[in-house]
Design a protein around this ligand. Sequence first.
Ligand SMILES: Cc1cc2nc3c(=O)[nH]c(=O)nc-3n(C[C@H](O)[C@H](O)[C@H](O)COP(=O)(O)OP(=O)(O)OC[C@H]3O[C@@H](n4cnc5c(N)ncnc54)[C@H](O)[C@@H]3O)c2cc1C
Length: 405
Amino acid sequence: MSNIHNVAIIGAGAAGLMAAEILSQTKNIQVTVFDAMPSAGRKILMAGKGGLNISHAENFSTFVTRYGSQTNNLLPYLNAFTPTDLREWLNNLGIETFVGSSGRIFPKEMKAAPFLRAWLHRLRSNGVQFSMRHRWLGWQNDSNQLLFDTQNSHEIFCADAVILALGGGSWAKLGSTGEWVSILREKGMNVEMLQPSNCGFNVTWRDYFKQHFSGEPLKNISLTFDDFHKKGEAMLTENGIEGGLIYAASAKIRDHISTNGNAIIHLDLFPDKTVSELLAKLNKPRGKLSVAKFLRNQLKLDGVKAGLVREVLSIEELNSPELVAQTLKALPLNLLSPRPIDEAISSAGGISFDELNDNLMCKKLAGVFCAGEMLDWEAPTGGYLLTACFATGRAAGLGALKWLK
Ligand SMILES: Cc1cc2nc3c(=O)[nH]c(=O)nc-3n(C[C@H](O)[C@H](O)[C@H](O)COP(=O)(O)OP(=O)(O)OC[C@H]3O[C@@H](n4cnc5c(N)ncnc54)[C@H](O)[C@@H]3O)c2cc1C
């Protein structure tokens, strides 16, 4: 390559910044990162509030299965940038990581800001330019000129290659508005509808329950839905239920609701006890105690768990030890619909892999590459989301390099 090539990266999130990192290492490439927001990496910073779970240390062959039906599509990029590579890369940036007891990988400081600061500093030192408050509107008059809204005016940028890393459709206030969907569909690209992933669900609670228990954590429970069975925690909200355990099953539940109109999940409120163990306690004479006091005395059942049992059983049913024991082990909850995509941790759907070549370049748009959450894949929480964003960002950067050569 003799001339200077201009590469536009649109989207200053995990995927876009990783593409910038790759491209900025080549001398005759000028990288400009555009973003609609005033500053870069807002979602990374938000993820930092939970300690920035950057990846997962489980066996790599298990790790890749977390991407479900899209495992094969993502595999080449994950193989080329594994969780171990990601840890090394962070280490090279001066960010030490550790593996938590659950296998999740975090920066030692459990914060995103030092990592983002160091990364942006390195990118700037490598010559990457940032054009913030530039909202991409598409291409000017069907040419290859990129059109941006810069608040007071419109700006045009001519690039030799473009990397789109515009994110999914959740948490729009952090920048990922999903506006790009219509722009790419107009270009004839197949973009699967963006849907909530790792999301909560609506449940119709009675007023009393809502007033007393919304915001309460539901600890040490297990959830069963279809072939999903896992222990964990959830959180009751005014509108329904959310939290780690619910997110883990959310893709399955969302798809079931979309076909069947609702989904009944079962919560085990005593995962460490059997029905017979519970029955042995519930069959003891109650004397003059109220049901509530009896349950508290025998099983330490109170607060939100007791509230849930009262939510699903009538007063008469509460007098049946068998029914109470069965309900404590498999409390049915009718989930009506997913919470809005804006509240979800991530989104499913996006650009179909059929639209992209192996280097993540759009088959219908030569020189335009795509990466990150805007591609059609989803994964549970646990560091899988960021890892795939970094891996596809890197692949798109390398793809653009190859294309420019
Ligand atoms: C609360 C929360 C916690 C999370 N915690 C974790 C976690 O611990 N571990 C994990 O793996 N994942 C986590 N995630 C998910 C993870 O943060 C995302 O999957 C990932 O950051 C997405 O990266 P991305 O680069 O694809 O998109 P984004 O980070 O969303 O970046 C897209 C960028 O594109 C810009 N953009 C969009 N449209 C335009 C436009 N038209 N013009 C110009 N710019 C535009 C946006 O402003 C944004 O900066 C969390 C998400 C949330 C919401």
